[in-house]
Each structure stands twice: as C-alpha cells, then as structure tokens.
Write a protein that binds this ligand. Structure first.
Ligand code: C2O
Ligand code: CU
Length: 463
C-alpha cells in the first residue's frame, strides 16, 4: 500500500504538476501529529537472538520522545492499530481531566481501528511519560510507552548531554519473544510481572561515549510493570535535581536511588571515571548487581569538574493549606500472597479469596476489590486533602495519583518533595497531602500494573 502510494506520488511530481493542479485533499490537513499504537519488531536482545515482536507507539520501543517547552500545547491524534481497545495516559502531567486517558472514567476506550485526539497544555517543566491505560499490564509488558519531556523555558542547567533513559523490564522466552502469561495470578498476588531482561531505550546493551568531567543530565524513567530498581552510579557523581518531574528545592547529593515503577528522577552527574574506563548505571536484585547502562569514557576530557548546579526553576504547583485543617482519609491496602486477607467486597457483596481470584481480583482498598462507584474523596476545588496510605500487605506498592502532585508528610509533619508516585513498603503507613485544584475524576492506584488490575484502584472527585 505505502509503496504504491509513494510511487504514485513520485509520478505526480515527475510529471511536473504544480501544486495548484493537484486535487484538493478531501480531508483538511491534520493539525495534530499522529501517535499510532501498533505491532512492530524490536532488537531488544543482541547477537544471535531473533528480533522481538512488540506493540509500540509508531511500532517502536520506546515510542517517539515528545519534547515541548513548558506552557506549550501537545496535540496528538492517537490511532489504535492494536487488536484490542487502548487509550493514552500522560503520566504526571497536571492535565485537563478529559485528556487523562482513563477508560470509562475520563473517556471511552479507543476501539481497534479508531482514533482519539489528545490536545492539552503542559503546565510544568520536567520528565514525564505516556503509556496506555487499558489492559496496561499486557499493553505495557508488550512495549507501549514513551517519554514526554517538557523543557524549562529558562534556567535549564548547563550540561554537555541531556539524555532520556527509559528503563524497562521484559519477560522474554528463550527465543526472545514476549512471554504471553499476562494474566498469571501468581504474579498478580506477588510483586507483579517481574521480567528477565532489562533494556534502556529498547536496547539491552545501551552505551554512550562521554568525556571525563563531562556533565550529564540523565532523565530516568521506570517503565517496568513491577520491577523496582535500586540504582547506583559507579563512575558518576552528582545530584538528584527533580523527582517525578518536579524540581527539588535543593539538589540532593546522589547516593543510591530507588526508582519504583512509574517514578522518574532527573540527575545531574559528572563523569568521574578515569579515561578509557566505564561509568555505569547499575541496579541490584537477589542475584547481585547488574548493569543497566554504560558510559564509555573517551575523547578529550574537560580540565575539571563544573561547580554544583543551581536548583531547577520551580513549577507553578499550589502550596499546601494548613495541614491541621485539612480533611483526612485513610486508604488501607490489603490482600496479595501472605497478606492474611480473608475476602473483600465485590459487586456489592462479600467474596472469599478464591471467588475473588476467579473474578480476577486479589487485592483490596478499604475492603473493596472492585472500582467503587463512589469516590474515595469528593474534594472542593482548592481544598487540601490528606490521605494516610496504610500498607497492610506483604508487598511494596507504588501508589500513583492522577492529575496532581502530592507531598509525603513525614513524622513531625514536615512535607517532602512533590511526587506523583510513592513507594510504600510493606507494613508502612505513608501520609500524603495535596491541593485538590484540578477539577475532574482522578485515579489513585498502585502502579505495579498487576496490582492495580487485581484490585488496587480507586478514584477521587474534585469539583
Ligand atoms: Cu502511569 Cu494511572 O498511570
Ligand atoms: Cu502494588
């Protein structure tokens, strides 16, 4: 099809037709760029292995990086060429609710062969990403995600290299194909779908040449379904300057860094490894430390390290109201393997764990395993809300709030940095507070995608 069309087009040009002589297009020129979810092939695993059949935006893994400046509008005509319905969620963007991409809450799922026009303003600078929100545990395990970078209009740090690193975790068969056990209830009741192959920007051997003393801005995004990365950076020294897109008021010296599913971290690091050696990004699991990305030190080195970076310019997020006056709600997480939950409410009645599992649920929020008809909180616009998230399970959960950034309230009431996804360890209670200033219906769910599918999903209404 494409070839024929292109040949036809070339013939027209060769025939010397002027633009005026061309037929008027039936459709108006699209004002938006297309973003197509479709099957494709990716070279995830090098060497003798075959390419992997994936689903990707533009058929690629990761999808195209979208880069705009703060305050600009992003306009994409989403085309669904997958064999099942999909949507696009713009993770971390304090977006217009109608553009949030949540099926049956903010829009109808986009059926196979259909399109939906996303058009929204990016109010905050920083590192964001986009991914499907329908059967996300399958669609993201198959490769659908991409980076959304919103540049600071001014005050961006001076760096030699600004690099986006989408870190993903794949479960591959021994012919490097995606294992199709998406609905594996054992995964759902444990940590989630943890894979056996790690990529950065779709490559299992991501490498980049850098100079000694070069300064890098690394925009890390954890796009894995469930894997938590415990990052180290031998040969790189520097600072965390933003978390989940939002600048830290003071850059924090980089020690180890935990990156849970959906979390982002912007690092400013200097290459301190010796010439002709390597600086690394590593993580660890129970088998030990493993390499994620390699920076090969070569070329002319900078004479010396640059001075410490200034904080990034703050985004226009409203300041919290008085915490003592704020409305407070509890969200208790239960269920999963070794959790001791006996059952939960589903479809208006109590179900035991076996019956729940048959209905595809293994977790509960406040004793409910299905998406409630009523919101967890109905907030008045501008109200400060506190949510105490109680992890009464044996597993960590990466809790994500749509449409807003929140702060964790530490012991003693000190608010932490702005985030949109917070890792809550088993047995812990994490209290968050935020100004509910974005009208609409917003999800609050675990970003271990098998957990949200398995019952860890609720919502808030702001009016
Ligand atoms: Cu990144 Cu509700 O999702
Ligand atoms: Cu979870």
């Amino acid at each position: 099809m494409t070839d024929v069309t292109r040949r036809g087009f070339n013939t027209l040009l060769a025939g010397g037709l002027t633009a005026a002589a061309l037929p008027t297009p039936i459709l108006a020129a699209p004002s938006a760029v297309d973003l197509t979810a479709e099957p494709g092939m990716a070279r995830l695993v090098p060497d003798d292995f075959p390419e992997t059949a994936v689903w990707g935006y533009g058929g690629t893994v990761p999808g195209p990086t979208i880069r705009v400046r703060q305050g600009e509008t992003i306009s994409r005509r989403f085309l669904n060429r997958l064999p099942q319905p999909s949507t696009v969620h713009w993770h971390g963007v304090r977006i217009d609710n109608a553009m949030d991409g949540v099926p049956d809450l903010t829009q109808s799922p986009v059926a196979s062969g259909e399109a939906f026009h996303y058009d929204f303003r990016a109010p905050d600078a920083g590192t964001y990403w986009y991914h499907p929100h329908n059967r996300s545990w399958e669609q993201m395990a198959r490769g659908l995600s991409g980076a959304l970078i919103v540049e600071e209009p001014e005050g961006a740090p001076e760096v030699d290299l600004d690099e986006v690193l989408l870190i993903d975790d794949w479960r591959l068969t021994d012919t490097a194909q995606i294992a199709q056990d998406f609905d594996n209830m054992h995964d759902w009741a444990h940590l989630g779908r943890v894979g056996n192959w790690i990529t950065v920007n779709g490559s299992g051997r991501w490498r980049k040449a850098v100079e000694r003393n070069a300064r890098l801005r690394l925009r890390l995004v954890n796009t894995a379904n469930a894997r938590i990365f415990e990052l180290n950076t031998p040969g790189l020294e520097g600072w965390v300057v933003a978390l989940d897109g939002m600048p830290l008021e003071t850059p924090r010296p980089l020690g180890g860094l935990v990156l849970a599913p959906a979390q982002r971290a912007d690092l400013i690091v200097d290459v301190v490894a010796e010439d002709s050696s390597e600086a690394l990004l590593t993580s660890r699991d129970r088998d030990g430390e493993y390499k994620i990305a390699t920076f090969v030190v070569e070329g002319e080195s900078r004479p010396e390290r640059m001075s410490s970076p200034d904080p990034l310019p703050a985004n226009p997020v409203a300041a919290l109201g008085r915490l003592d006056d704020a409305r407070k709600v509890d969200l208790t997480m239960e269920g999963g393997a070794m959790g001791g939950m006996r059952g939960a409410m589903m479809g208006g009645r109590m179900m035991g764990m076996r019956e729940m599992a048959r209905a595809g649920k293994v977790w509960a929020f406040n004793g409910r395993a299905d998406m409630p008809a009523d919101p967890l909180v109905a907030a008045d616009r501008g109200e400060t809300i506190r949510i105490a998230m109680v992890n009464d399970t044996g597993w960590p959960h990466a809790m994500h709030l749509h449409g807003h950034h929140f702060r964790q309230i530490g012991a003693g009431g000190a608010p932490g940095p702005l985030r949109d996804t917070l890792l809550v360890e088993p047995g812990d209670t994490a209290e968050i507070a935020f100004v509910a200033d974005n009208p609409g219906d917003w999800l609050l769910h675990c970003h271990m995608l098998e957990h949200s599918a398995g019952g860890m999903m609720t919502w808030l209404r702001v009016t």
